[in-house]
Design a protein around this ligand. Structure first.
Ligand code: GTP
Length: 415
């Protein structure tokens, strides 16, 4: 049966010791400090027919045996009637960065005589995870949202060299609006390089023809040339040609590598000339984990949510719409900027006025001083003039000396 999303979470998380370098310690470069403190959380789903190497790839991807007790499947007596959905969660740590990784496996997909609806339990599972999230969002107390949504779905294509099977097309067509699809060619070591190349083209043609949307890394204008080139390189390899192996084999010179040994040589998992495993891992773990999560949240989940709400006849309240309208945001920013500017202007005006007043006061003061001095000088001149006038009068009246001077010389003076 189909496990519900919540039941598979939280419980039985296993702690894993890494056996090699995985690369998610680089994640802090992708995101904000907040996520670093909380640790990262990522949920990926693997889908593909039985025996295409799904569990081997997961073990190879995370350099750890996530499937510890996997028993080689014995032909079971009871044939399961539907796709089973199982999930494993592991906490892995690298250079102090924690990653809670959940892998959702879908054994049974494509295993039946009639596979017409193989995609259905998987779609149901993905949507029930959306529902669980939506339900939490609608709660009053939404401080601790548990996110069990599938952030990426690695879809395994059998290395037939022909084209996509109807099963592949049907699955991707049904699921592409709900999950980030990452198609991979399984067991690509069973094909030659030319075959892989031609097969990739054929697959992309089919995907285009059926209008299937697979994950596309967004391009940002602010990305530097190196990042843009790296993204292009990764995207150019889709569908990734994969080789998985959790065993080490010896190559020339005695070095041990993860790979698969053949009479004619070794196919190395981590060698980019041999397969695209490194690129897939780089994208999932190092360069695009946050983008896969963002696209899941902002588009896939958001679409599901509004479809569901409108089906229920609920109109979206624009004030709670999570995606901020960019035009509105710009307008808000412009207003804030304008307010700031006019405040600055007012402040400058005030300072200017104060300065002017100060200057005016000073001018007035010196004007007064000047005026006072002018008055003083005028008075002094006036006094001089009067004195002179007096002298003149006396001279004219025949009295040569001023009274003071006559006194000094001993004359008595009669008025
Ligand atoms: P189910 O659990 O049945 O769904 O299978 P699975 O898809 O998980 O496949 P699993 O990883 O168990 O691998 C099946 C077989 O394929 C094993 O014998 C693996 O050793 C082998 N295998 C896995 N990956 C590769 C690969 O890249 N190339 C080749 N040639 N064989 C592989």
């Amino acid at each position: 049966g189909v496990n519900t999303a919540s039941a598979s979470a939280a419980s039985n998380v296993i702690r894993k010791k890494l056996q090699g370098y995985v690369g998610f310690a680089n994640l802090p470069n992708q995101v904000h400090r907040k996520s670093v403190k909380k640790g990262f959380q990522f949920t990926t789903m693997v889908v593909g027919e039985s025996g295409l190497g799904k569990s081997t790839l997961v073990n190879t991807l995370f350099s750890t045996q996530l499937y510890p007790n996997k028993v080689v499947a014995e032909p079971s007596h009871e044939t399961p009637k539907t796709v089973d959905i199982q999930s494993i969660t592991a906490d892995i740590e690298e250079n102090g960065v924690r990653l809670r990784l959940t892998v959702v496996d879908t054994p049974g997909f494509g295993d039946f005589v009639n596979n017409e609806e193989s995609w259905k339990p998987i779609l149901d599972n993905i949507e029930s995870r959306f529902d669980a999230y939506l339900e939490q969002e609608n709660r009053v107390n939404r401080t601790k949202l548990v996110d069990n949504r599938i952030h990426a779905c690695i879809y395994f294509i059998a290395p037939t060299g022909h084209a996509l099977k109807p099963l592949d097309v049907e699955f991707m067509r049904r699921l592409h609006t709900r999950v980030n699809l990452i198609p991979v060619i399984a067991k690509s070591d069973t094909m030659t390089e030319e075959e892989v190349h031609a097969f990739k083209e054929r697959i992309l043609d089919d995907i285009n023809f059926h209008n299937i949307q697979i994950f596309q890394a967004p391009q940002y204008e602010y990305d530097d040339a190196e990042t843009i080139a790296e993204n292009r390189e990764i995207m150019s390899k889709i569908p990734f040609a994969i080789v998985g192996s959790d065993k080490e084999v010896e190559i020339e010179g005695g070095r041990m590598v993860r790979g698969r040994k053949y009479p004619w040589g070794v196919i190395e998992v981590d060698n980019e000339d041999h397969c695209d495993f490194v690129k897939l891992r780089q994208m999932l773990i190092r360069t695009h984990m946050e983008e896969l999560k963002e696209y899941t949240n902002n588009f896939l989940y958001e679409n599901y949510r509004s479809e569901k709400l409108s089906a229920m006849g609920i109109q979206q309240d624009p004030t709670v719409f999570k995606e901020v309208n960019p035009v509105q945001k710009m307008e808000e920013e412009r207003l804030a900027h304008e307010t700031k500017l006019s405040k600055m202007e007012a402040e400058m005006k005030m300072v200017f006025q104060a300065k002017v007043q100060e200057k005016e006061a000073k001018l007035k003061q010196s004007e007064e001083e000047l005026y006072a001095r002018h008055k003083e000088m005028k008075e002094a001149l006036e006094r001089q003039r009067q004195e002179l006038e007096e002298k003149k009068k006396r001279l004219e009246s025949g009295r040569p000396l001023t009274p003071e001077k006559s006194k000094k010389k001993g004359f008595s003076f009669n008025k």
